[in-house]
Design a protein around this ligand. Structure first.
Ligand SMILES: Cc1cc(N2CCCCCC2)n2ncc(-c3ccc(F)cc3)c2n1
Length: 256
């Protein structure tokens, strides 16, 4: 059992809570929202929110690993984020370089393996190199998979999968009647996660209640938990509270 304390924001009352360590979600996915608003509330530039957000990534990755999460997927940059101001995009593209420049030893110490899903060939060369090196440096780790969605979009992922299957039908190597869930799963960027490819729990921070084109196919049966704090304020306790909420729900897979 994992114990944690929850403080009621209104009354200040503190209650002890227990997590059932036999029901920790195997795959947790997080839409890390609120970095810009966090900075704005402190009269700081938006990039200050991203910088603090990256520190939260380090904290939450270690916390998830200690709790027994097997895959942690983090939505770091969407295919729509290229529309942001050039200076902000340039700063964001340097974050993976900074992250691995400082955090790979910690990842290895915690036996955490890095995976990245997205259209990484469209990223700057330095970002691609940092990602490639971190994947190689942690390839022997057998613990939690830290899976970054980087230049990722759920609809683009499905379009790419459909195009591949259509080409196989056109080539005469695939019978259209054989296209089922498994055939689609196999073409998605999460295919190498095997049985852990679909998130059991999706968390979105900062109060927004939208998917924003994230893992649209994979979250078909996920539990969603929307939390109020901005991502830079998210921490181990917030993760434990989200997992506690997940554990209070009856899980159905379309059945009774
Ligand atoms: C673009 C971007 C933005 C980014 N933010 C910090 C977290 C809040 C969300 C936006 C800003 N973080 N944080 C970590 C990464 C990262 C990505 C790939 C990778 F292999 C290693 C680290 C990252 N990438």
């Amino acid at each position: 059992m994992f114990s944690f304390s929850k403080k009621d924001q209104a009354t200040g009352e503190v209650t002890e809570r227990q997590l059932d360590d036999a029901n920790i979600p195997a795959h947790v996915a997080i839409i890390m929202d609120g970095n810009g608003r966090w900075a704005q509330q402190r009269h700081l530039p938006r990039i200050a929110g991203h910088k603090q957000g990256m520190n939260t990534v380090k904290t939450v990755a270690k916390a998830a690993s200690h709790l027994g999460v097997k895959v942690l997927t983090l939505y770091a940059f969407s295919t729509e984020n290229w529309k942001r101001p050039t200076a902000e995009v340039n700063y964001l593209m340097k974050l993976p370089v900074d992250f691995f420049g400082t955090f790979v030893p910690d990842l290895i110490k915690n036996n955490i393996r890095v995976k990245v899903m997205g259209y990484t060939d469209q990223l700057p060369a330095a970002t691609q190199k940092a990602v490639k090196d971190a994947i190689a440096d942690t390839a022997e780790c057998t613990g939690m998979v830290l899976n970054f969605a980087l230049n990722y979009g759920g609809r683009a992922e499905i379009v790419t999968a459909v195009q591949t299957l259509a080409q196989q039908v056109q080539a005469g190597t695939l019978d259209p009647a054989a296209i089922d869930d498994a055939a689609i799963d196999q073409q998605l960027m999460t295919s190498d996660l095997g049985e852990l490819r679909d998130p059991d729990l999706l968390i979105r921070t900062s109060g927004e209640e939208r998917l924003s084109n994230f893992m649209l196919w994979q979250v078909a049966y996920s539990e969603f938990v929307f939390t109020q704090q901005h991502w830079p304020d998210f921490d181990q306790t917030a993760l434990e509270e989200a997992i506690y909420e997940y554990q209070q729900r009856h899980r159905r897979y379309g059945g009774l």
